[in-house]
Design a protein around this ligand. Structure first.
Ligand SMILES: Cc1cc2nc3c(=O)[nH]c(=O)nc-3n(C[C@H](O)[C@H](O)[C@H](O)COP(=O)(O)OP(=O)(O)OC[C@H]3O[C@@H](n4cnc5c(N)ncnc54)[C@H](O)[C@@H]3O)c2cc1C
Length: 656
């Protein structure tokens, strides 16, 4: 339990590290660091200005020694209260860590400190003919470290993935003050992918090595106007269902369009109910062909008007409106409350319809502008936080919107994270077993509970969502619960020897669902990779599966193919006590809770038996190769293993 006294005890030692001028406790500094872009407001007990990555391990060690909670804070543009020190403690003001250390165009990576602003890196890269792809709408101000901590998405996320897919390596300071480097080439669990998106609750990211790419492609940009939101959403679902993956599909409703036009005069038609801003990219031929196909789909869905940008200037004009959407809405009222639920793309029309009904029932005004291609809704509700009654209505309506998303098989967060504000909605998605597992992971890596505490976990799990498991999974769970020591086996084609009782997944091998509307497939872990490829190719579909003789679960649990892992959107596993947990689903992005799919990828069965996987499929072939990985030393494996499987029930190898 933190008390003010504890910080006073730590204060002297912290001043020895940082100097007096970088330990702030004056009223103005505390007030300025009491909020972010959410509704939460709490004054911390001190603000520590961090300017040097070398001093941070000593600062964190000292804070841990005195059990002082610390909250990493970058540009504070998050919408969930992630930077709010709910129960006091110190705010680590990281904005001094803002150097671009190196740009290597030969090897195509950039090495940066955590608080380089996203757009600053891109401005430099653009001058060299390169770019860093993740592009949150806040990129003018938000930082690359903040993006990594929340796995930020952006317009291009549909085609190129969110932040996680663009990080090669990261330097993390653990809650104990150790310096750890995690890489996507490390053998074993994908700890890099797991830490990204963990909202600063498992350590502080100090440095990042980011993938950069050449800007040597063509872009086609189109604005399509519709007479109804439903028709525009049907068009989005139809584009996805045809297997076209555009560079982006951004949507705006009439409220947003009117606000945008009043603010920035982007030339948007204001006499329509909905707009889609769509881009394709690639070779000139491919970009043009795809935009033509998309135009045809839009027309099939009663699109009223199409504007195609003929040059870069016209393209920038079309983007000006979308980029300024939040600012335009912010002119309508003192506050804007943004939700972030995400649904499988096929049910987007229904999710939008229900969201609008919630606005109507609660008599609130929301501008809808969002990443439609990802199924990621962003109702931007305008209101006045000075009115308690108004605020309560908005918060209640927000929760109803998230419930709509989870009821439709979606998530409470596609990219903003959970922080403080969405904690109570976690139980819409997860049951007691998943929440308990998340807590164990936090406890394993931060037993003192000092690193950005009071975030993510629901305060109560009264409304817990429990998913019914198939009979064969319940049987497996009973076997694992009763066993003392097991080895999980896939197809055992490598004939690995073990003294442990073997638990084979050979017969848990069904292809459960090929969803051609959402472009996902769900298979049981024992399904053969070759069988899945065969099943898909009969339908002219492809997954990022490499040539591999074993099972899909074996490929995943050995972490053999990064491309495949990056397209896994859902997972089921059986844990040491037989608990069955479910993570993710058919939605393409998820920032709710720790990324269990990344933790289990490469874990070789050490944390539990993976029984089911859902992953994205495509209408075009996807590159997928098996990677050579190197054994890397880090403290995470032992800490997690000792907490989630303390009797060492699972052998840490998973054969084919
Ligand atoms: C106008 C507007 C538009 C937005 N558009 C998008 C969008 O398109 N896509 C999107 O995903 N988000 C969007 N956001 C939300 C927000 O900008 C992103 O979540 C962004 O990634 C936050 O970065 P930041 O530097 O502001 O981080 P902060 O808000 O300072 O921090 C975010 C969280 O990460 C933690 N943290 C910060 N730095 C570190 C670090 N170095 N190590 C460990 N933990 C850390 C903090 O404790 C906090 O929990 C938008 C916000 C606004 C205001």
């Amino acid at each position: 339990m933190f008390t003010r006294d504890k910080f006073f005890k730590a204060r002297k030692e912290i001043i020895e590290i940082l100097g007096e001028t970088r330990v702030l406790s004056d009223e103005i500094s505390l007030s300025l660091h009491s909020f972010d872009c959410s509704l939460g407001r709490t004054r911390p007990d001190a603000v520590l200005l961090i300017n040097n990555t070398n001093e941070l391990p000593f600062v964190i060690k000292t804070l841990n020694k005195y059990s002082v909670p610390f909250v990493p804070r970058a540009a504070a543009t998050n919408h969930v209260g992630g930077c709010v020190a709910l129960k006091g403690g110190v705010v680590l003001h990281l904005m001094g860590l803002n150097k671009i250390i190196r740009v290597d165009t030969q090897e195509e990576f950039a090495e940066v400190e955590c608080c380089v602003v996203n757009e600053d890196l891109n401005n430099l890269l653009n001058s060299l003919g390169y770019e860093y792809l993740p592009d949150p709408a806040s990129q003018k101000i938000c930082t690359l470290g903040g993006n990594a901590a929340l796995n930020a998405g952006g317009a291009k996320g549909l085609k190129y993935g969110a932040t996680r897919e663009h990080i090669i390596k990261a330097e993390i300071i653990t809650p104990f003050g150790e310096v750890v480097t995690l890489s996507n080439k490390d053998k074993g669990p994908d700890f890099l992918g797991f830490i990204i998106g963990s909202e600063g609750t498992l350590g502080v990211i100090t440095k990042l090595w980011l993938k950069i790419s050449k800007k040597d492609y063509f872009i086609k940009t189109m604005l399509a106007a519709f007479d109804s939101v439903d028709e525009s959403m049907d068009a989005v679902a139809a584009i996805t269902a045809r297997g076209i993956v555009p560079r982006c599909i951004e949507a705006m409703d009439k409220t947003t369009t009117a606000a945008v036009e009043a603010f920035s005069k982007s030339g948007y038609p204001t006499d329509t109910e909905a707009l889609l801003l769509i881009e394709t990219d690639g070779t000139a031929r491919k970009a043009a062909k795809e935009i033509k196909e998309i135009e045809a789909v839009c027309r099939e869905h009663n699109c009223k008007k199409i504007i195609i940008a003929e040059n870069e200037e016209k393209r920038q004009a079309l983007w000006k409106g979308r980029s300024g959407g939040y600012a335009a809405m912010a002119r309508l009222a003192p506050n804007v409350f943004v939700e972030d639920g995400t649904v499988p793309r096929a049910v987007l029309p229904e999710a939008i319809k229900k969201t609008r009904e919630i606005c109507e029932t609660n008599s609130i005004t929301a501008g809808l502008f969002f990443h439609a291609g990802d199924g990621n809704l962003h109702p931007n509700v305008v209101f006045d936080q000075r009115s308690k009654q108004e605020t309560n209505i908005v918060v209640k309506a927000g929760k109803e919107m998230l419930k709509v998303c989870t009821d439709l098989g979606g998530t409470i967060s596609g990219e903003h994270g959970v922080g403080i504000e969405k904690r109570s909605a976690m139980s819409f998605m997860y049951g007691a077993a998943e929440i308990a597992f998340f807590k164990k992971l936090k406890n394993a890596l931060d037993p003192e509970g000092v690193c950005n505490p009071d975030k993510i976990f629901p305060v109560t799990d009264k409304e817990s969502a429990v998913k019914e498991a198939a009979k064969e999974i319940k049987d497996l769970s009973a076997v694992i619960a009763a066993a003392r020591s097991v080895k999980i086996q896939g197809l055992n084609s490598n004939k690995i020897k073990t003294d442990r009782a073997k638990v084979s997944l050979k017969n848990i091998n069904k292809i459960l669902d090929v969803d051609i509307k959402n472009y996902t497939i769900t298979v049981q872990a024992g399904a053969k990779v070759t069988d899945v490829i065969k099943e898909l190719s009969a339908k002219k579909l492809y997954a990022a599966l490499p040539k591999y003789k074993g099972s899909v679960g074996g490929l995943f649990a050995q972490g053999l193919c990064n491309e495949f892992n990056s397209y896994v959107t859902g997972m089921q596993a059986v844990l040491a006590e037989g608990e069955i947990i479910n993570y993710g689903g058919k939605f393409v992005k998820n920032s709710a809770g720790y990324n269990l799919a990344r933790l289990f990828a490469g874990s070789q069965g050490a944390f539990g038996a993976v029984t089911e996987l859902t992953f994205r499929i495509f209408s075009e072939k996807k590159a997928a190769v098996t990677q050579q990985k190197t054994l890397a030393e880090n403290p995470f494996y032992q800490r997690i293993k000792q907490t989630v499987d303390k009797n060492n029930k699972f052998e840490g190898t998973f054969d084919e």
